[in-house]
Structures are given as C-alpha cells and as structure tokens.
Design a protein around this ligand. Structure first.
Ligand code: GLN
Length: 536
C-alpha cells in the first residue's frame, strides 16, 4: 500500500464558493513541489454521470481521454495541473449505488442486509482510495460536491469521517466557507462559518483547515475568532479573497501558506517554496494584454456561460499567449437569422459555432456559418458547429438543396451528416456516444497541419453523428476539404475551406485539452488567424 495522502475538501454556507478552484490551486502548489497529485470530484446526485444532463443544470459536460462524461470541475483540474484525469476522477451517488446494487444481485454480500453504512460508505471509500492504490498518486484531493448538511452528501461526509479515523495523519479535511460582508453595519460576519463547522462536527468531522471566501481582507482578529470557535490553528484559517481571474488563486493560496499548512498536517517535509515561474508568466501576460480580440460564440445555452466553460477558457489561453485580451460575446443562436447575421457578427474578429444537440437554434447556427463563409470571417465550428458548417456548405455551395443532418431531419434527401454505423442500434442514451480520445491524421499544407505542426494528433470526442463520406467528392470539388480523418475508420474529423483565410470545423472537442501551460493548437491557430486578419 503506497503512502498516499488524502485531502478532502468540503463546503459550507453557500454553494458555488469555488471548491473546485481551491482544490485545483492546492493541487498545483503540491505538484510544483514535485508531488504526483490528482483531484477527484464526488457528486451527490443520482445520475450515473452528467452525460445525460441538460447543460442548464450543471454547465458543460467535460469528457476525459478515456471517454468518461464528467463534471466540469475536471476541466479545471486538467487546466491547472496539465495532466489528464480519467473515469476514476468523477464519481456520482448514482454510480456508487449502481455498483453496490450490482454486487447485491451477484450475491456478493453473502445474504447480509445491504445498508448505507457500511455498504454505500465502503463503496465510496473504495472509489476514493482507488486513485492512491491503483493509480499511484502521492496525494489525492477529493472534492465533495454540495454543501455540508445536505441530505444527499451525508454518506460522503460519513465516509470522510471513517477515512480520517483509519488513515490518521495521512488524511485531512479542508472546509471552505463564506464570510459575508454586511454593508449596513460595515462588518464581516463569521457566524455562518461557525454554524457550518458545527454541522461538520455533528457528523463527527473536525476540519483541519478553513478556507474563507471573502470580498474584503480578513483581519487577524477575525481569523483568531474563527480559529477559537472552530478548533483550528489561526494559521490554518486561510483567506480566499475575490480575484480577477481564477488562475490567480494558486498564487494567493501560496501567499496564504495553504500548501505549507497542508504539508505540515500530512507529515510531509516542507521544502523551499516553488517559484511558479511559468504560471506567473501566464498571469503577467494576461495582465499586460490590452489589445482586444472579439470572439463571438454562437450557441443555444448562452444564458449560462458555464455551458461553454472549456471553450471560453481555451479562448482565453490562446488569446493570452498571443498577447491579446479575449472579449467573448455569447450570441444566442435562436436570435440569428440570415437577415440580421451581419449586425450580430460584423464586429467579431472571429466566430465560433458551438457544440450542441437537437434542432433548437440550428437555423441560427446555419445563418452564422453562412455569414462567416460569405464574408471570410475567421471561423471555427466545434462538433455540432462543424456539422453546421457542412450542412450550410451543402445547401448553399454544393447545391444539395435542404441537405441536413439526420439528427434534425430524419428523412432528408441529402443526409450529409448521418448517424454513425455503430450508433444505429443504440437505444440507451447514457454513455453510448463516440466518447474519448481517437487518433486523427492530418493532410499536408492545411490549417490543421499548420496548427498541429505535423500529420497526427489525438482528440476527444462526444457525438453520435458524423460526416457522410458518400458526399466527400462533391464537397471537395466544390471547395470544402477533409483535412483530418480517423486513420482506422476514415471518419472525417476536420473540414476546411482553403480558399478562405481560416475556416475550420472540427468534429472533436479541442477545448477539453487546452491548459494554462499548454494552450491548444487549434485555438492558437484560430486566434492567430484573427489577429492576422485584423492587421490586414
Ligand atoms: N449532436 C451532434 C452529434 O451527436 C453533435 C454533438 C456535439 O456537438 N457534442 O453528433
């Protein structure tokens, strides 16, 4: 059994305080000290995974290389750590129960009554420890979704209580709360934090470190007061003040000494502070960029920016490395028509048509593509966005009147996008798409080749429909080429219109693999093309 250390991150007072960002920031600091660190998210809902959830519920569904459909927090973990996550990094209550019930059906419990304690909690503990035992991480940071006191998260908190007892100084708990500022009295209030810690204590869990979200600086008096009421060392009361970008949080946490207090608690040596040079270099670039690049994201979930989390972050990474400030405009696809497309998109330096499912907003996406194509706008279509580029080209250039995807029109005369062969007999919706990383070979002298600087890549997928190869010749003779294809199946992965400045559609999701220290080549090429056109 390796000597893996386990850090649990719980939250109290309010949701959306940023447990994911605190976890990722701490992981970054430990990683920069040479530890092999990973982060896991335990989600208390009953869905097996977020794959079947509407993006309005929890934002985008993030996909790992091994094809798991996961919570968007895993995106933050990868963007911060620059290392891939996997199925093991996201576990839901639904999956825990499914595993336990499957074991019960197999007779694995030998006639015992199956109960929340110990069977559900054992399964939770097994999933937490798996990352240490099987995947051999030095430190596993486990973020418990939801807020302490929720009925749904009780079994998780109980599992944490048991693990703390079993693992001794190899486990610790960080509790994140909010210290609100009351304008009327001009005071910061610690009572919600006290109550939230009390709720944890009632479940038998004593937090070791408290991270307090706040809009204003916390004085030493407040820290001492919280320490006193919550049985923690004043040094273990960490302030997490609002910052302008999430990427500043690791630096702030280092200033607060979060990593040192954690190492101390876990009985690990505290060596010299790592300098976070590359990370800070990125932050400097971000701060110093003044020239704006306007990017329009055309999608139907624009009311909730989290639905496009990874795309937005990937655009920010690429703009930052090009010394530009990305100004991102979320444009509702249901509000775009052929008539008004110019007024909505004219001011954009680049247009991105987003992924999606179903017909809502599709005609607006097609109008956006048409406008981009006819006006030589720098264009990137992702997944459904790529499929829209294909449909639009079929209808308006290749003379395939009313061409469509069979997702939108089952009986279209020209099914230029069609269900993949191995999808035809699929009836379950969950976890059955073409998911995860697949290889892609790239044609010489194309946008794709130039972006990746070579002939091969591998990218993550999440779709059921594909470019219909029956039409490939018709497309190529009319000016849209397939610049990337799957080497085993010939599925078209990238399309381009070489005649235009930079018009590219990708069937995969490049946004999932853009990180702070490694911006994605497709997004880099997209932003570079927009800058080049801006200069013309
Ligand atoms: N709905 C399309 C498909 O299933 C595109 C999916 C997506 O954009 N992720 O193929």
């Amino acid at each position: 059994m390796p000597n893996t250390r386990y850090i649990f991150v719980t939250g109290g007072v309010a949701s959306s305080l940023g447990k994911g960002i605190i976890s990722a920031s701490l992981a970054k600091l430990l990683q920069s000290r040479g530890y092999k660190v990973t982060i896991q998210k335990l989600d208390p809902y009953l869905n097996i995974d977020p794959g079947t959830l509407n993006p309005y519920e929890h934002g985008e569904c993030y996909v790992t290389e091994d094809g798991a459909e996961t919570d968007l927090d895993l995106g933050h973990y990868e963007r911060f750590l620059n290392t891939p996550t996997s199925q093991a990094n996201n576990v839901t209550t639904g999956r825990i129960y499914q595993n336990v019930i499957n074991k019960e059906r197999k007779g694995d419990f030998l006639g015992k009554t199956v109960q929340i304690i110990p069977h559900i909690t054992d399964e939770i503990k097994r999933n937490i420890k798996l990352l240490g035992t099987k995947h051999k991480f030095d430190v596993v940071i486990t973020e418990i979704g939801g807020t302490v006191g929720d009925i749904e998260s009780l079994p998780y908190v109980e599992a944490v209580r048991q693990l703390k007892w079993e693992l001794g100084n190899r486990a610790m708990v960080i509790h994140l709360t909010l210290v609100p500022f009351l304008n009327a009295s001009g005071e910061l209030k610690t009572k919600p934090t006290q109550h939230s810690v009390k709720t944890l204590l009632e479940a038998g869990v004593q937090p070791d470190v408290l991270v307090l979200r706040t809009e204003k600086e916390l004085g030493s008096d407040i820290r001492r007061k919280v320490a006193l009421f919550c049985n923690v060392n004043p040094r273990a009361v960490i302030q997490s003040i609002d910052v302008s970008t999430i990427y500043e949080v690791p630096v702030k946490m280092q200033e607060e000494g979060l990593d040192e207090i954690v190492l101390e608690k876990l009985d690990l040596p505290i060596s010299k502070k790592p300098d976070l040079k590359l990370w800070k270099n990125y932050l400097d670039k971000m701060k110093n960029a003044t020239e704006i690049i306007n990017v329009g994201i055309v999608g139907k979930y624009v009311e909730l920016a989290d639905a496009y989390k990874s795309i937005i972050e990937a655009l920010i990474h690429a703009s930052t490395y090009n010394d530009r400030k990305a100004k991102i405009h979320l444009i509702h696809s249901e509000e775009i028509t052929n008539e008004n497309a110019a007024s909505k998109l004219e001011a954009m330096d680049a247009v991105l048509v987003a992924p999606g499912f179903g017909s809502r907003g599709i005609e607006g996406k097609l109008s956006a593509v048409k406008y981009a194509r006819e006006n030589n706008k720098i264009f990137l279509g992702i997944c459904l966005g790529m499929q829209c580029a294909v449909i639009e080209f079929a209808r308006n250039v290749a003379n395939l009147n009313k061409a469509n995807s069979t997702e939108m029109d089952h009986s279209t005369q020209f099914p230029v996008i069609d269900l993949m062969e191995d999808q035809k007999n699929v009836s379950d919706m969950g976890g059955t798409m073409r998911l995860g990383a697949y290889a892609c070979k790239l044609k010489d002298d194309t946008n794709a080749y130039k972006a990746y600087e070579g002939n091969e890549t591998s990218e993550r997928h999440r779709h059921r429909y594909e470019f219909n190869n029956d039409y490939i010749e018709q497309f190529e003779s009319n000016g849209m080429i397939a610049s990337g294809t799957n080497p085993d199946t010939d599925l078209v992965e990238i399309v381009e219109i070489p005649e235009l400045d930079w018009f590219t559609g990708v069937q995969f999701h490049p946004e999932y693999s853009s990180t702070v220290l490694k911006p994605h080549p497709i997004f880099m090429a997209f932003i570079e093309a927009a800058i080049k056109q801006q200069k013309k």
